[in-house]
Design a protein. Structure first.
Length: 397
């Protein structure tokens, strides 16, 4: 019997929307704590060393890095599952469905990076942050969409999801190519062996999750030690999970099992650990420094020019079609919601910079740009929802 993916999409959107609200609350709480008498305790907790040993392997990291390298690997594993499903049976499974989100997402990654470099291109100390505003936070964006209820057509949510998935693919490639450290060949060989085991499980069409989980843990340890960023192990492992195996659907089962844990635990913990920044003594000049300003402008201006601009050109040239239920104003609002770069932008910021002052500057840029984008997108989408659909010019003549 063929599988209907519409209920899966609805369930995904519902869970991600609720998770987005929790993420917003976690980020707000982090800001409150970081600017309260608990600020010292908050900072000390993030620096608390945690050591784990297993056989010949020993990993000793502060709790913040366990969150960013360990918990976020689970997030990236889920991203990998979503990417595979979308490519095989979802919004990206055919050119007709994928053309608009693909072109819009490419613009939404390239233009923000260019705008960031306009502010920071002459400063070698901050140029490495060029990818920070290229990211989109799907949980945050869907959390905003959920506030509007039935005003938002399902087609717009599906389009945002498809753009975000492509955006995640781009972020994964960027992290792998530009933000990995010195490569340890022996550990990379071990990672290749663990990955080969996962591929073998796929070829054997094993339906049980146990061998995949055990080999994924082994893969994560090898990748962590290899110099390649550890979260990429989650993506690589997810791509080996079979869609169908012996009458079961392992990919769907794992995706459904992981969604609540990621949406309501992993991402909120990451948000709480990374969004806390002290606002004491800040002035307007701090927000206008090239690093935070380049990030905020990249998100706010770059996403609109990239997603809406590239999408508009693609539709006008006949390379893509605007979904029937979606208006131009709603597409513009979507480009603003896609400018909420919170989770992935902060994640890339932590990879780009190691010193606390620049990490705090990244937080200022991401939080200010994402907050303005969320408010503007919400207000524009609310007004668009009350005006009814507006079709492309070809149908307005």
């Amino acid at each position: 019997m063929p599988i209907s993916y519409a209920p899966m999409l609805r369930e995904f959107l519902q869970k991600e929307s609720a998770g987005g609200i929790v993420l917003i609350a976690a980020a707000a709480l982090a800001l409150v704590v970081a600017n309260s008498p608990l600020a010292g305790t908050y900072a000390a907790a993030l620096e608390l060393p945690i050591a784990i040993s297993a056989g010949a392997f020993s990993i000793d990291k502060p709790s913040l890095l366990w969150i960013n390298d360990g918990l976020m690997a689970v997030f990236f594993f889920l991203v990998g599952l979503e990417v595979k499903r979308e490519l095989l049976a979802g919004q990206l499974s055919s050119w007709d469905r994928a053309s608009l989100p693909l072109i819009a997402a490419i613009g939404g990654m390239a233009v923000p990076a260019i705008i960031f470099l306009l502010f920071n291109g002459g400063n070698p100390a901050t140029m490495s942050g060029w990818a920070i505003p290229a990211a989109t936070d799907i949980a945050f964006a869907l959390g905003i969409l959920s506030l509007l209820g039935s005003r938002v057509p399902a087609a717009l949510k599906a389009l945002l999801l498809a753009i975000a998935v492509i955006d995640d693919i781009g972020a994964i490639l960027i992290i792998a190519i530009f933000y990995s450290g010195q490569i340890e060949v022996a550990m990379l060989a071990g990672a290749a062996g663990a990955f080969a085991g996962l591929v073998l499980c796929n070829r054997m069409r094993l339906a049980s999750s146990i061998p995949y989980v055990l080999l994924t843990l082994l893969l994560w340890v090898f990748v962590l030690k290899s110099g390649v960023h550890a979260t990429l192990a989650g993506v690589a492992a997810a791509l080996t999970i079979p869609m169908h195996a012996r009458g079961e659907v392992p990919l769907e089962r794992m995706e459904h099992a992981l969604h609540p844990w990621v949406a309501f635990l992993v991402i909120p913990i990451f948000g709480f650990a990374n969004a806390g920044v002290s606002l004491a003594g800040l002035s307007l000049g701090d927000f206008l420094d090239p690093l935070p300003l380049g990030i905020a402008a990249g998100l706010l201006i770059g996403k609109q020019l990239g997603i809406f601009g590239f999408g508009w050109v693609a539709i006008r040239l006949g390379l893509a079609q605007l979904p029937e239920e979606v208006s131009w104003r709603q597409l513009h609002a979507l480009s603003l919601l896609a400018a909420i770069g919170f989770t992935m932008s902060l994640f890339i910021g932590n990879l780009a910079f190691a010193d606390a002052p620049r990490v705090d500057a990244v937080k200022l840029g991401v939080l200010s740009g994402s907050t303005i984008a969320a408010l503007a997108g919400y207000l524009l989408l609310r007004s668009a929802g009350s005006t009814g659909p507006m079709r492309p010019a070809a149908k307005e003549k």
